[in-house]
Design a protein around this ligand. Structure first.
Ligand SMILES: [Zn+2]
Length: 172
């Protein structure tokens, strides 16, 4: 029986050698996440006096494509259609919305293919002792809901799929 004791500092030296490879992998995950990220959509009202107040408030709301906008319900719809104070609309005039939130609506949406992708970043790896950590971040309105889904909306899983894809490539 022999036992191996690494010379003090050896593990840290190895970690520093491996760090550039971990940096590459971190960047590959970020790249794959950008490829998988859904577009965003932004609610745009006509901006004139006829726009209902709830849609004036929704103007500029940017959400990931797989999610619904959260839009205020008019008081009438809350009293007569059982709507909550807010309802979720896939787009203006969503047929699942209540009449007061949809009928004669002239709002539009604007899609941005890179709305999420541009906010996905790989950060420099950190080495502490024998530990190497690579970090990929994504920030933006409701990106966590987009990744994991909600009770109504399916998960986009762009981060999870990115990790799966890179792991599969590394196994080959
Ligand atoms: Zn509208």
């Amino acid at each position: 029986m022999t036992s191996y004791r690494p010379k003090s500092g050896l593990e840290a030296a190895i970690a520093r050698l491996i760090a550039p490879r971990v940096q590459q992998i971190t960047e590959q995950v970020a790249e794959a996440a950008r490829d998988n990220a859904p577009p965003t959509k932004t609610w745009k009202s006509q901006g004139d006096a006829l726009v209902r107040p709830e849609h004036r408030a929704a103007d500029g709301q940017e959400v990931p494509e797989n999610l619904r906008f959260v839009v205020g319900s008019p008081a009438y719809d809350q009293q007569h259609y059982g709507a909550g104070p807010h309802q979720q609309l896939r787009e203006p005039r969503d047929p699942e919305g209540t009449p007061g939130a949809t009928v004669n609506c002239r709002c539009q949406t604007v899609s941005d293919p890179d709305g999420i992708a541009r906010n996905i970043h790989a950060h420099p790896v950190t080495v502490s002792g024998s530990r190497i950590v690579g970090v990929v971040t994504c920030h933006g309105n409701r990106v966590v809901d987009s990744e994991f889904g909600t009770d109504k909306d399916d998960a986009a899983r762009f981060m999870g799929r990115a990790i799966d894809e890179v792991a599969r490539r590394l196994r080959r």
